[in-house]
Design a protein around this ligand. Sequence first.
Ligand code: ADP
Length: 485
Amino acid sequence: IAPELKNPALWRQQAYVDGAWVDADSGETIAVDNPATGGRLGTVPRMGAAETRRAIEAAHAAAAGWRSRTGKERAAILRRWFELIMQNQEDLARLMTAEQGKPLAESRGEIAYAASFIEWFAEEAKRIYGDTIPGHAPDKRIVVLKQPIGVCAAITPWNFPAAMITRKAGPALAAGCTMVLKPASQTPFTALALCVLAEQAGVPKGVLSCVTGAAGAIGGELTSNPLVRKLSFTGSTEIGKVLLAQCAGTVKKTSMELGGNAPFIVFDDADLDAAVRGAIISKYRNAGQTCVCANRLLVQDGVYEAFAAKLAQAVAALRVGRGDEPGVEIGPLIDAKAIEKVEQHVADAKARGARVITGGARAPLGGNFYSPTVLAEATPDMLIFREETFGPVAPLFRFKTEAEAIAMANDTEFGLASYFYGRDIARVWRVAEALEYGMVGINEGLISTEVAPFGGVKESGLGREGSKYGIEDYLELKYLCMGGM
Ligand code: ADP
């Protein structure tokens, strides 16, 4: 059953290709379920390579018209899209909670965050400046143009069903690119609703299409079709590597926002109450299912027991339940596989000597619900130190010196978000510089904003999203050398 909406036009069970709402060629569909109840929400078309090819060809056909508009014209359309998203915030949030599970308050927050990328890049559309360079000879002049890359593909995950789309579509469309989107199969309805509003805002047909269905077949076409000049992917490092390899055949540009293994370091001089608040928001947001969630809490010896006690008390008070119930802070995990991974990490940690100080099991509600958990005496030999848990489990590792904390924090192939709490100004600089991460929260657990560059180093990815840097991922430099002056 679909959630009740004030604007029923947002509810679509068809894909959006070349400005039309369509079914799969085969007529086949895939089911979408509510992770809190297991109930069926609806279906979307199971599309494959043929439908994807048509969407790409439409994006190619629309590209010349879209890029030839002025930045100001594109900005006006994007601005309308932003306003429509905010006007429909409540409905979009309800749709999101129904298919994704996160608490309504978080869904409302994500819709505003998602809209902020459209607003920001609408403004940036007018400010794509090139450059002039003093020539290397008296008769030469050098100019650098920035031009849209062309047709872009986007493949997005289920944990942020709206924001991961707008963070790509916003800069792409602002830059003058066109885009074919494949949303995660768990959360297609939010994506399709965003397309309804894009159409209403005046995004021309073919400029943005959304194909739903078989990831392998759609991804195969998006990564091999020579008309696609760029792929932007958010998801697991494992799939990101597959897509990178597939893109090599036609040398596509790529932006990759992949997995993390975020350290959250608490030094002896930290404000412990602030650190607990930061840990709660960083670790337990979206039930631990974000790529910037603290995965490993590294706590200095002198405050270890005190921090553990305060954190456990705050975590035990978190309210678990269906995302559409008032006051709920922890919703269900996305599916049975997600719960199994969390169970595996906790069982492995316990077998290697970790102590459960709160939670440690599925929640009494059953289904996909897991109790928010804190584990003490975690050690680097545990699975939970190496892999992203993607669930509401905080393992506390003990360290003695700053050097040891930095070595532990950097002992991973990932490098997305990191966090630390401490007040010594010299150490704040030293640690911020030493962490091999794309983002560092210092006395802060929530770092995502459209105005700052989001992205990772090492196996966490390529490129940056958001901020004045984010649009560069959708632009090519062209150098003009004028001779014979
Ligand atoms: P998550 O753990 O967030 O589900 P995935 O990397 O598995 O991460 O999925 C992220 C996105 O990539 C989803 O839209 C998914 O459907 C898509 N995807 C998964 N496998 C492939 C593939 N082989 N080719 C293209 N896209 C894929």
